[in-house]
Design a protein. Structure first.
Length: 287
């Protein structure tokens, strides 16, 4: 864990936050977008990198944002966008090693530019995506609150819900955390974000709660309530807008009561991230 002296000021290094999960459909894009703009709304300078070269959801969102601002004559805050170009020979072992080394230099070059570097990784197993985890000061792993999504984190017995062992993603995270500790002499705080939590009590929810508590103790992460299934996130995506823009944008995006709960979820995530790093939130917007 960092202390306040590690926070970027007068040339100090930026904090690196990686959002990753090898399971698609977990709300990773919603998480990374709201994390970036939530940090910016709190007064931080943010540099972002999209390593999902196929889907490029984050890059597409920022393109929509630029186009919408131009069409409406708005001035909308934008993070610093930095692009890493993968090697055309990435499947060759020698080229792969050179690419990872090049990525290490790329990330190091971002450390003095911002308060936070946020890296979005692909929703599948790639060498570069896994290696990016080794740069995380904070790793955020969104999962849907179901045993389908939990399977990448842990192997669970279907008979008694006992944890049998780590899932393949957890094993990868452990490996990358060891690399970071050896290379940087720094640890990674791992946050598992439970998205789409049901408000209703059920047998599945009780089982998930029990298993998750067991995993927290075994695997060394913190489990947090994440984002609900909210229409507002989908409505704003094509405009490149977030909850922090609804008052500044045009009349179609005025704040509604349904936005308040969503903003509270984002604020809770921001508090967890900055709390891990002892990084001050410079400006608190009203919920």
């Amino acid at each position: 864990m960092y202390n306040a002296a590690d926070y970027k000021a007068g040339g100090k290094r930026a904090h690196c936050v990686v959002v990753g999960n090898e399971k698609g459909g977990s709300g990773k894009s919603t998480t990374v977008i709201n994390l970036i703009f939530g940090l910016m709304d709190s007064g931080h300078q943010v540099t972002c990198v999209d390593l999902d070269f196929r889907q490029q959801t984050l890059n597409r969102f920022l393109e929509f944002r630029t186009a919408y601002a131009e069409a409406k004559g708005l001035v909308l805050a934008m993070p610093e966008i930095r692009r890493f170009s993968p090697s055309a020979l990435g499947a060759v072992a020698s080229a792969r090693g050179a690419e990872l080394s090049r990525f290490d230099g790329f990330v190091k070059g971002l450390q003095s530019d911002s308060d936070f570097v946020v890296i979005d990784t692909p929703g599948n197993d790639t060498v570069l995506g896994a290696h990016a985890h080794s740069h995380a000061d904070v790793l955020i792993t969104p999962v849907n609150d179901s045993f389908i999504d939990l399977d990448v984190i842990a192997k669970v017995s279907p008979l008694d819900y006992k944890v049998i062992g780590p899932g393949h993603y957890t094993e990868s995270v452990w490996h990358q955390r060891e690399i970071k500790l050896s290379r940087d002499k720094r640890s990674t705080e791992w946050l598992v974000l439970r998205n789409r939590l049901s408000a209703l009590e059920s047998k599945n929810k009780r089982a998930m709660d029990a298993v998750m508590q067991d995993l927290v103790e075994r695997f060394g992460f913190r489990a947090l309530p994440g984002f609900g299934e909210r229409v507002i996130f989908r409505e704003l995506f094509l405009k490149g807008l977030t909850l922090f823009d609804v008052d500044a944008a045009d009349g179609d995006n005025r704040r509604r009561m349904s936005h308040v709960a969503a903003r509270h979820e984002v604020r809770s995530l921001l508090r967890a991230v900055t709390g891990c790093l002892d990084a001050p939130v410079r400006k608190h917007a009203a919920a």
